[in-house]
Ligand binder design. Structure first.
Ligand code: THU
Length: 131
């Protein structure tokens, strides 16, 4: 699957978004090392702070399906700006992905940039730091 196809998967995932408060629908498509795709979409709550982002619903779905090795993720929204993962999602990705994990950030037209997780979260805190 090329980057455009993964972005299209993220647009499919975006249709599942439950964003009744912000109206900002985000979709994510997470690819495992062996090429499986997991969809994620943001799920909002009247208690705003317990809202969960698209990136995390994708990751948690994959984890609950037994996946542990991840290659990349595509993230989309209806914005003309590219959609970058929030700090909390970067930390969750950092728990389960390597530094070379690719984050494909697209805008509503499918224009995108790619950064590694190491670029997005340098010096991230990991389990091995708990000594
Ligand atoms: N959101 C995501 O799902 N992922 C991001 O990368 C940025 C923000 C969601 C959270 C909330 O439901 C809405 O977008 C507005 O912040």
């Amino acid at each position: 699957m090329n980057e455009k196809e993964l972005i299209n998967q993220a647009f499919e995932a975006q249709k599942k978004s439950i964003a009744k408060y912000s109206g900002f629908k985000v979709g994510a498509a997470l690819e495992t090392e062996d090429g499986k795709i997991y969809h994620g979409a943001n799920i909002e709550n009247a208690a705003y702070s317990v809202t969960v982002c698209a990136e995390r619903t994708a990751m948690f779905t994959a984890l609950l399906n037994g996946e542990r090795k991840f290659k990349r993720i595509a993230i989309v929204s209806d914005s003309s700006n590219i959609t970058a993962p929030c700090g909390a999602c970067r930390q969750v990705l950092n728990e389960f992905c390597e530094e070379d994990f690719e984050v494909i950030m697209a805008n509503k037209n499918g224009d995108f940039i790619v950064k590694t997780l190491g670029e997005l979260l340098p010096f991230g805190f990991k389990g091995e730091d708990l000594e």
